[in-house]
Write a protein that binds this ligand. Sequence first.
Ligand code: HMG
Ligand code: MG
Length: 297
Amino acid sequence: MKLPDYVTIIEVGPRDGLQNETQFVPTEKKLAFIRQLWTAGFKEMEVTSFVSPKWVPQMMDSKEVMKQAGNKKGTIVLAPNKKGIDDALSSGAKSIAVFLGVSTSFNKKNINKSTSEAMERLVPEINSLKAKGIFVRACISTAFYCPYEGKIDPQSTLDLCRQFAEAGADELSVADTIGEASPSEAFELFSLLKQQLPSTLLTAHFHDTKKMALANIYASLLAGIDRFDSSTGGLGGCPFAPGASGNVATEDVVYMLHRMGIQTGVNPDLLIEAISMIKPYVSRPFLSGYYINSKIK
Ligand code: HMG
Ligand code: MG
């Protein structure tokens, strides 16, 4: 398989990266972080999520974040249900990411619904978003492993992805929520998805618990994937997925791709500045190779 010349990186730091931080990050610091990330060259970014502030207090300022930083093309917000979608629309969102795990045990913890209950409610919402001309991204959690149920049968993931595609989702962001997938599993699933859903935009979302995320990205590239979610500084993790670590660090993904001659449009030095801006407000250490090397220089 010929590798692509250009890969799109969807920066998820302000959403996935920060949602797992227990200390509230002041809204103006989030906004400065988001602005610096746009300056670094990203074309798509998850900036916040319209979820219950009782469940994820860090995202309680989603309306304010959207008011101040939501008018840029490529801005994505997450929403789990009708209330979140309605709030996102009133805040001017043009691209909404709904999310659902393959496994019911995870969904019960994350959104208080089974997979089928949630899907039944999401399908009419997706139809209505498409009728309004909104871009719909569907984030598929526990696509490989579930923190409660263990290994997920790839067929169950394919079935859920197909349901979202048939409901009209423009993009599927298929996630290794707890960072357990191996490169062979990533290659297998993304090859099947490419074959079976050829007209749906496919994105891979790797968490890096077992340090296999970069290898998984390489395996996914070989399977024909050219869109990856990642989080600056390797921040992130779902508060309802115990044991999961952060997302693959954007700076490492950018470094690896550039070394392979694949363009991303992202300036690594401006990205490092974004880390410096958010670092004082987060608890997680920054351990990415590129960050450490660039500090040594
Ligand atoms: P619930 O308690 O079952 O909600 O929570 P409910 O429908 O029973 O309503 C209870 C109250 O919540 C009501 O308010 C609703 O209005 C309010 P009250 O009448 O008591 O005053 N409510 C909301 N408020 C704000 N925003 C909303 C909303 N919906 C209802 N959208 C709910 C269900 C889905 C709301 C909750 O479970 C929730 O917010 N979960 C979000 C969890 C989350 O954000 N997880 C992280 C994102 S997913 C992720 O990180 C994975 C990903 O990165 C991919 C991967 O790595 O796997 C994408
Ligand atoms: Mg995630």
